[in-house]
Design a protein around this ligand. Structure first.
Ligand SMILES: O=C(O)CCC(=O)C(=O)O
Length: 287
């Protein structure tokens, strides 16, 4: 009998309308962590995001990618957090390093299994910036993910607010950090978001292509994109509406995403409060 862990699969969803992802331009940012000052912090609170274009150097990006690829290749038998595209299920045993990466949708909860990825999530300058953005509160990393968009196949992550997925009490500040490991462009599915709309609070989410904001709420609104070189990052509020389109290019798009909340707040034991704010049940709404 094999000792290999059971594999997880994710089923595809329909293609999105092109009009959902037509950004007006690129978002505001700085080059390095050292450039974050009071104006940048004020911008984060006003607009709900901040870009750091050269947060990590090429050695840090290379180490993170190597750690990610080792997990995808199943080198750590204790790690079961790789989610493959269900379409690739039958082919998996035959795939080599490059092809196997292109059969992955995402990885979750890996930092305790892979020191090279833990290092980036606990990078001192990253933690310092997150502490500041949380209002000088010590951060707790409560979710870590890697999102893979294979060339041509990488699927959309429809528009949503991340807090719609978390059971933190309403009002808890949550900072998301999205780190490009490949160059992320509009064509291969970089992040797009609605600046300032974190201030309008929780939005109703519906189960459609995913747990998402209704497309009709997004169409006609002007988004901004965060194209990034490898090692660039986006800080964003847990209430900022954002999404990523299908990868229509020939280039792979691999990214890390970490979420931090103040260490002195704990998640609620159930999803009642979350669904009261983000769910549609009991409300006179349709999508
Ligand atoms: O990287 C992506 O494609 C989407 C990430 C995201 O917004 C999420 O997983 O919440």
């Amino acid at each position: 009998m094999s000792n290999a862990p059971a594999l997880q699969f994710d089923h595809g969803s329909d293609m999105h309308a092109a009009e959902l992802y037509q950004p007006a331009g690129a978002g505001f940012g700085v080059e390095h962590f050292e450039d974050i000052g009071p104006d940048e912090i004020a911008h984060f609170h006003e607009q709900g995001y901040l870009i750091v274009r050269q947060a990590f150097n090429s050695a840090e990006v290379k180490a993170a990618l190597e750690g990610l690829v080792d997990l995808i290749m199943g080198k750590n038998l204790d790690f079961t957090g790789v989610m493959f595209e269900s379409k690739a299920q039958d082919m998996l045993p035959k795939l080599g390093v490059e092809q196997r990466q292109d059969a992955v949708r995402k990885l979750m909860f890996f930092v305790e299994f892979e020191p090279r990825l833990k290092a980036i999530s606990h990078h001192p300058q990253l933690i310092q910036a997150v502490t500041t953005l949380l209002g000088e509160r010590a951060p707790h990393l409560f979710q870590d993910m890697a999102l893979i968009k294979p060339p041509r196949l990488g699927r959309e992550k429809p528009w949503h607010q991340d807090n719609a997925y978390f059971n933190y009490p309403q009002g808890t500040p949550v900072v998301g950090v999205w780190i490009a490991l490949d160059e992320a462009t509009i064509e291969n599915g970089c992040m797009q978001f609605m600046p300032g709309q974190h201030k309008t609070g929780p939005r109703i989410h519906f189960q459609r292509r995913d747990w998402q904001i209704c497309d009709t709420e997004i169409l006609g609104q002007q988004s901004v994109a965060a194209p990034l070189k490898p090692g660039g990052l986006l800080f964003f509020s847990g209430l900022l509406p954002h999404g990523t389109p299908h990868n229509s290019s020939k280039k792979r798009r691999r990214a890390l995403q970490f979420h931090y909340a103040p260490a002195d707040v704990t998640q609620l034991p159930d999803n009642e409060e979350r669904l009261r704010h983000f769910g549609s049940e009991g409300k006179d709404v349709t999508c």
